[in-house]
Design a protein around this ligand. Structure first.
Ligand SMILES: O=C(O)CCC(=O)C(=O)O
Ligand SMILES: [Fe+2]
Length: 313
């Protein structure tokens, strides 16, 4: 091709080139009008993804912001406490002042009760529940009153010869030793004069499973204040006898606080002690699988609610 011809083709007035350029331009125009995915659609998809991610993020954050694991099953806690302001619940009991809490809150320890004591108490509980259990998910065995869940009712193990030899003197001894240790720790932790603090009832072993509730006694998961449920209580202690996430799932204990709930994961030998007023509103999560054993030992400042030695009367 001669240089002259090449020059002509490259010249702006070349009709062949102009035609080509026009065709490219019109193609570009069409591309703008009808893209494969419109920018609106893309923006919509982007915003939708952001929204979904936001919902996931905030629901996760929400849980972690509003709930802390106060005591995890995986750790061994020598002593952990959380102070809260005392509720006015104690104000009308000024006559019991020497024993009423000077400090309100919760204390957890995994080292006050020995593994041997906890194992012995677990054996005792299992022996008791082998004689009777609730039709629903929550059975109790009250070593003071003798009440044992049986179907939809309770029997008194101290009044029925069938149960007469269920527990040995050794069983009661371990319970009493554990109770005495808890009593002195509570008086020290919450500022109660030891001589004015008494064990009270109910004091009971509990066994919770995932069975559906049959009576109101099986509904352990409602938020409540112990001092309202049990008139005599000033201090509650819970000794856990099985391991969350190992022998059962669900069943965490939860303190409901204003800004952030505090969860206790039960474990064998873990002791939780707290003042029983409305500063310590709480509930137990439903047990999902397995068996959850615990022992409740409670204390009062009011001598008229004091109980004597536990065991057959
Ligand atoms: O078993 C527990 O962890 C707590 C039970 C309880 O709150 C209660 O019996 O009042
Ligand atoms: Fe309670």
């Amino acid at each position: 091709m001669s240089t002259a011809v090449r020059r002509k083709r490259n010249s702006p007035n070349n009709p062949v080139k102009k035609e080509k350029e026009d065709s490219i331009l019109s193609k570009k125009k069409n591309d703008v009008k009808e893209p494969l995915v419109s920018w609106r659609k893309l923006l919509g998809r982007f915003l939708f993804t952001v929204l979904i991610l936001g919902v996931i993020f905030f629901s996760t954050m929400h849980k972690s912001v509003n709930e802390i694991i106060f005591a995890s099953q995986r750790e061994t806690i020598d002593r952990r406490s959380h102070r809260v302001n005392c509720s006015p619940d104690y104000d009308k009991e000024k006559h019991l002042a020497s024993c009423l809490p000077k400090i309100c809150g919760r204390v957890v320890t995994d080292t006050l009760i020995t593994p041997e004591e906890a194992q012995q108490l677990l054996k005792l509980a299992k022996k008791g529940f082998s004689y009777g259990e609730s039709d629903g998910g929550a059975s109790i065995l009250d070593l003071y009153s003798g009440a044992l869940s049986m179907g939809r009712k309770f029997v008194n193990i101290y009044k029925n010869p069938e149960y007469a030899n269920m527990f040995t003197e050794d069983d009661f001894k371990v319970y009493r030793n554990v109770k005495t240790k808890i009593q002195s720790t509570i008086s020290m932790e919450f500022g109660a004069m030891p001589n004015d603090l008494y064990p009270t009832q109910p004091t009971f072993f509990s066994r919770i499973t995932s069975k559906a509730a049959k009576t109101i006694h099986d509904e352990y998961w409602h938020p409540h204040v112990d001092k309202e449920t049990y008139e005599s209580f000033h201090y509650t202690s819970l000794l856990y006898l099985s391991n969350y996430g190992v022998t059962f799932s669900g069943g965490q204990f939860v303190f409901i606080d204003k800004n952030i709930n505090a969860t206790i994961e039960p474990k064998l030998g873990r002791l939780s002690m707290f003042t029983s007023g409305s500063e310590n509103l709480h509930y137990v999560e439903k047990v999902v699988s397995g068996e959850r054993f615990a022992l409740t030992i409670s204390f009062t400042c009011d001598k008229k609610f004091a109980i004597k030695q536990i065991g057959p009367k």
